[in-house]
Structure formats: C-alpha cells, structure tokens
Design a protein around this ligand. Structure first.
Ligand code: MG
Length: 298
C-alpha cells in the first residue's frame, strides 16, 4: 500500500469515529486559558542557601533573583520576630514552611495524634504571621502508624478541617506532601493528595508536589500537576538522580512538569529542597538559571 493510501484510510476512519460522536463531546475539551497566567517564582530552603546567618542567606537569595525563602517549622514559633526583622525592606517573602511538628497525625496512638494536632497548630500560627503560603505536613512516614490505608485516609479527612480552620484563621494553609514509597506508603501521588483535599472540603487545606518524589511515583509530571489543579500550592525541586541541586545530575529536566504548572496557571513557588555536590555559591545560582531556562521551554 502506498503511503498516501494508508494516510487516506487512517483519516477516513478518524472521520467516521468523529461523526459518530455528539457535538457536545467534540467541543468538551477546550484549550486551557489559565487566569492569571502562570509565573515562575523561585524559593530556596533556609538550609540550602549559603550563608552563616539568616541575613547572609537572604542577601544571597536576593542578589540571585530568588523570590522567597522556605524556613523549617522546627523552632519557628520562637523565630517569627527574627524573620520579620530580617525580611523588612526586602522583596523576598516566606514561601512554605517545612514541617517541624511533633507526633504523627494519623498515628494509631491517640497521644501521638494529639501531639501532632497541637504542634502543627503552633507552626501554622507562626507560618501565618510570616505570610507563608502554607505549612507542609506528611501525615505519616513509613512505620509511623499501624492503621491500614483506608482507616488512615478516613482519619486524615476527619482531622484536616480543624487544622485547615486554624490555618485559615492564621492566614495560611496546611499542605499535604506526597513522598516516594521508600519514605511513605500512605501518600505517594499528587492526585491522591488532591482527592484528600477535595474530601476535606476546607479552603485552608491544600497540597504540594516534590519533583524528587514525583520522579519515582508519577508516570507524568505534566499529568500529575494537572490532576493536583487548584489544590496545588507549593512545589519542591531537586536533581533527579541524587537529590542534589537541579542541574547537578546529568539530564535534569523539569519541562514536562512545568508545562503542567503553566496549564493550571500556577502562581506559587518552586522551592529548592536538596543537597549539594559542589559549591553552593555556584550551584544555587546555576540551579536557578536552569529552572528559568526550562520554564521558558515549557
Ligand atoms: Mg519535599
């Protein structure tokens, strides 16, 4: 068969299939028009930025065009004034606040759950005072709960609105973070985290995606971010083989995921959460450059 004959047959069978579909179905998948248009805002965890003091780290991030810093939640309630003072007169913001609570939110032990609820609220209050997008919470790492998957999920959906309400009152959110299976069985994929947010039915409850964990758990970064949709409020980024700075592993590529972020009109931060193979003074700006270049390609 000639190439043109094959093309003709393929096209006519497509035509037949299309003709069999009602017009409403054919028109049901419009191209996305995100409002507003997605923007790349770069953030860096406090521990990843080079510098001996918070001021030195902020100076470095500012000089290299970052938009925000991501503090750890541990001890943050006692550091609110320090952060507020150090950020005064700067464009830099606080992106997310990374965990730092005690206990286990979906533990089979009531005192552990209570400890988690109380200390998460303390960090949420601090996160809100700093204008943070949200506080990152992992419901349970591997072996931290004896509850089965279904029971864990029901418990989490029951607990989240109270934390979401506290977060909202404080001016922030609680953000669920899916991890790879080596760290957590319970919550591994973005779509699952988004479905939990949907079921929690509280505007103070959101979720995030971490390119590092997504490397092992998602079949498509693009699809994962689209499935997360409006619930996605934060993104972590690391190199894709060794969890170092983006660009420190050969072939580090985030374009597929960034296409997804653009599709949903993502407005929040991509934050560096990673180690470093080389010199941070060079590797952090190089990572920022790589992410900016790939954002343009997405
Ligand atoms: Mg992470």
């Amino acid at each position: 068969m000639t190439t043109s004959r094959r093309k003709f047959l393929a096209l006519s069978s497509l035509g037949t299939a299309a003709a069999a579909l009602p017009a409403s179905v054919l028109q049901a998948a419009p191209a996305p028009v995100p409002t507003p248009k997605a923007v790349l805002r770069l953030s860096c965890q406090e521990g990843v930025a080079p510098g001996k003091s918070l001021t030195e780290k902020l100076d470095f991030l500012e000089a290299n065009g970052f938009d925000a810093i991501e503090p750890g939640g541990r001890g943050l309630p006692d550091r609110v004034a320090e952060f507020q003072k150090a950020l005064q007169g700067r464009k830099l913001k606080v992106s997310a606040v990374c965990a730092g609570f005690q206990g286990v939110l979906i533990s089979d032990s009531e005192p552990e759950r209570k400890k988690a609820m109380e200390t998460i609220k303390e960090v949420l209050t601090a996160a809100g005072a700093l204008g943070s997008v949200g506080m990152i919470v992992v419901p349970a790492f591997n072996n931290q709960t004896k509850l089965g998957h279904q029971e864990s999920r029901e418990l989490l959906v029951k607990l989240l609105p109270e934390l979401g309400e506290h977060a909202q009152q404080a001016g922030t959110r609680i953000l669920l973070e899916p991890l790879n299976r080596a760290e957590c069985h319970f919550l591994r994929q973005l779509a699952d985290a988004a479905a939990i947010c949907r079921d929690a039915k509280h505007p103070g409850v959101g979720m995030m995606g971490d390119f590092w964990h997504m490397t092992w758990e998602e079949t498509s970064d693009y699809a994962a971010f689209i499935a997360a949709g409006k619930y996605l409020q934060h993104v972590h980024c690391a190199s894709r083989k060794d969890r170092k700075l983006p660009g420190e592993d050969e072939g580090d590529n985030y374009v597929d995921g960034m296409k997804g972020l653009k599709y949903i009109g993502y407005q929040n931060y991509i934050s560096l959460e990673c180690g470093c193979k080389g010199d941070r003074l060079q590797a952090v700006p190089a990572a920022a450059k790589l992410l900016r270049e790939q954002w343009e390609l997405a």
